[in-house]
Design a protein around this ligand. Structure first.
Ligand code: GRF
Length: 206
């Protein structure tokens, strides 16, 4: 049997996306979550990981000299866990360029909007304030910008009457919980690569 595809997940908050990964990806299709890290020591996400028997570690900024030192410690831990892919599932910190350089094309993020519309914080609220009728989710590779990396998967949902962020989040989370696991499965089986003719794009399949 070939060795599993090992992923680390970083999460700062509730961890519902982490839970979807633990429930639908971990221990299946040759994929294993080998660690869950957070910048928040008491994040609910870490509790979810412990319940699933997955190793956890917290890297609060206050415990380190600066972001560079924190991200170096985080990267060391991810490497020790043997992760081949780093999944940001509600990780609310920017990663330093030095961190990203250690995992080239190996960090993915889920964002609650159809990028390049509404990058950054409060994406659903931004979309509502803009009066959009179509919302959605993007899974993308992480580069040094804010939600600017090559797009892997997107899914839209038409909510022409939406006025309330909680209502939109209900739809968005349901999509995220399918799309992020789907992207991880594609990457694990080598079905996502950068287009050599245009590294801004990804090619999917076979
Ligand atoms: C998700 O909406 C994700 O798109 C954003 O942060 C949120 C995390 O939610 N990046 P959860 O902690 O997975 O429930």
């Amino acid at each position: 049997m070939s060795s599993p595809f090992r992923i680390a997940v970083l999460a700062s908050g509730t961890g519902s996306n982490l839970q979807a990964i633990l429930d639908t990806v971990h221990g299946r299709d040759g994929i294993e979550v080998v660690g869950v890290g957070s910048n928040v020591a008491d994040a609910r996400a870490l509790e979810r990981a412990r319940t699933a028997g997955v190793p956890t570690a917290a890297f609060p900024l206050a415990g380190h000299a600066d972001r560079a030192a924190r991200d170096a410690a985080l990267a060391d831990w991810i490497e020790r866990q043997g992760a081949e892919l780093v999944v940001l599932a509600g990780y609310m910190q920017l990663l330093t360029p030095a961190f990203l350089a250690r995992f080239p094309q190996r960090v993915v993020n889920v964002h609650p909007a159809l990028l390049p519309a509404f990058p950054g914080l409060r994406a659903v609220e931004q979309a509502l304030e803009h009066g959009v009728r179509v919302f959605g989710v993007t899974v993308h590779y992480v580069d040094e910008g804010v939600d600017t990396g090559p797009i892997i998967l997107q899914r839209a949902v038409e909510l022409p009457q939406a006025r309330d962020a909680d209502e939109v989040f209900g739809h968005i989370h349901a999509i995220e919980h399918e799309l992020l696991p789907e992207a991880i499965r594609l990457i694990a089986r080598g079905a996502v690569r950068l287009d050599p003719a245009d590294p801004r794009r990804t090619l999917l399949g076979p």
